[in-house]
Design a protein around this ligand. Structure first.
Ligand SMILES: NC(=O)C1=CN([C@@H]2O[C@H](COP(=O)(O)OP(=O)(O)OC[C@H]3O[C@@H](n4cnc5c(N)ncnc54)[C@H](OP(=O)(O)O)[C@@H]3O)[C@@H](O)[C@H]2O)C=CC1
Ligand SMILES: CC(C)(CO)C(=O)C(=O)O
Length: 335
């Protein structure tokens, strides 16, 4: 099959490289200049697996404006929620009504944006329980052994067609362990709930998922957030993929067995002084609660805490750069 991965960050590269290695034709489109330039210059991306085995994988990478192919079967979208609107605008010249779209981004908001460009019957969305880190321009680290993670996916229409099954077959071949469901919102919301606990708390306390699970009060913290999120989902009329107990078990399993050493992607954004996706995760649950007259108080509180942390980092960066300017000016003035 022919794929174009839009957003060659950590996850875009993981999906694209593994689909390419499974025998598919894959192109990558990205806009982060140092990263695209580096991959073009070195003829590919350096891939590590758990910090080891660094090797160059040749990839075809393009800026949005230079990419012209229209005969791709599936476009895979993988970027941060707040980057998607701009990227869709920049890429729309290569969209057409034959292409399918797959996305496994965290949070909620992306599907509505994709529906502005693609027909509902072409949209497939899912969730990925695999951890990946973009170490820097042209360098990616796939966390976990081959085949260790898993993913759920569903058609927006909840009616899998021939192309959906072909797509699932390729994802299977590429070792993503796909599970095709016919419950679109229940599938997507399960990961929002997962991330609203693990990503947010690990980011605020600067800890790995294993360190979180190791705290004896972790279950009680998780339970409060899971309960609030499920109260929202029930009011939305969504049948969740997992029961509350199964969701608690999934949080524990992924944190203690699958990815104990992983700092979630929100932590990676915070420590790189980039905005986080919290408004699309905990903030989404708060917004949906409000819509259905329910106050998701703990999720609202955590959303504020993450924004406070982002704000504090921005303030100290601004103070640091002001201090540097004073030093330069003093040097220039000879004192
Ligand atoms: N990483 C993970 O383990 C997982 C992530 N996800 C989700 O997948 C989606 C994509 O996430 P992920 O692949 O981690 O995203 P990344 O942060 O790795 O990459 C997304 C984009 O961010 C830009 N970028 C990345 N690093 C920098 C930097 N240091 N400075 C400036 N720009 C940078 C690039 O695009 P640009 O130039 O356009 O800014 C890049 O294409 C998100 O919704 C995420 O929550 C889901 C499961 C696991
Ligand atoms: C890998 C995982 C599942 C951890 O929460 C994730 O979604 C992330 O890092 O954003």
């Amino acid at each position: 099959m022919k794929f174009t991965v839009v957003g060659a960050g950590a996850m875009g590269l993981r999906y694209g490289v593994l689909l390419q290695e499974a025998g598919n034709e894959v192109d990558f489109v990205d806009a982060w200049q140092p990263h695209v330039d580096k991959m073009k210059a070195q003829g590919g991306v350096y891939v590590n697996r758990d910090h080891q085995g660094r090797h160059l994988v040749p990839v075809h990478v393009y800026y949005p404006e230079e990419y012209q192919k229209q005969d791709q079967d599936v476009l895979i979208f993988f970027m941060k929620q707040m980057q998607l609107a701009d990227m869709l605008k920049r890429c729309q010249h290569f969209f057409n009504d034959k292409q399918y779209v797959l996305t496994c981004m965290n949070g909620m908001g992306h599907v509505d944006q994709l529906l502005n460009y693609f027909k509902p019957e072409k949209v497939v969305a899912g969730t990925a329980l695999v951890a990946t880190i973009l170490d820097g321009p042209g360098e990616v680290d796939f966390v976990g052994k081959p085949g260790a993670g898993s993913m759920n996916l569903a058609n927006y229409t909840e009616q899998p067609d021939e192309m959906t099954h072909k797509l699932v077959a390729q994802l299977k071949k590429a070792n993503f362990n796909p599970n095709l469901t016919t419950n679109f919102m229940g599938t997507l919301l399960a990961k929002v709930v997962f991330n609203s606990v693990v990503n947010t708390l690990c980011t605020l306390f600067e800890i790995t998922m294993g360190e979180y699970a190791d705290y004896q009060g972790a279950d009680s913290l998780s339970r409060q957030l899971v309960d609030e999120a499920y109260d929202v989902a029930e009011r939305m009329g969504v049948t969740m993929l997992n029961t509350r107990e199964e969701e608690m078990a999934s949080i524990n399993y992924v944190s203690t067995v699958a990815n104990p050493l992983h700092y979630p992607s929100m932590y990676q954004d915070m420590t790189k002084n980039r905005p986080t996706e919290v408004d699309y995760i905990n903030g989404y649950l708060v917004k949906m609660g409000q819509k259905y007259h329910y106050e998701a108080k703990t999720h609202a509180f955590l959303t504020h805490l993450v924004h406070l942390a982002e704000h504090t980092r921005q303030q100290s960066l601004a103070a640091e750069s002001a201090n540097e300017k004073v030093v330069v000016l003093k040097k220039a003035a000879g004192n």
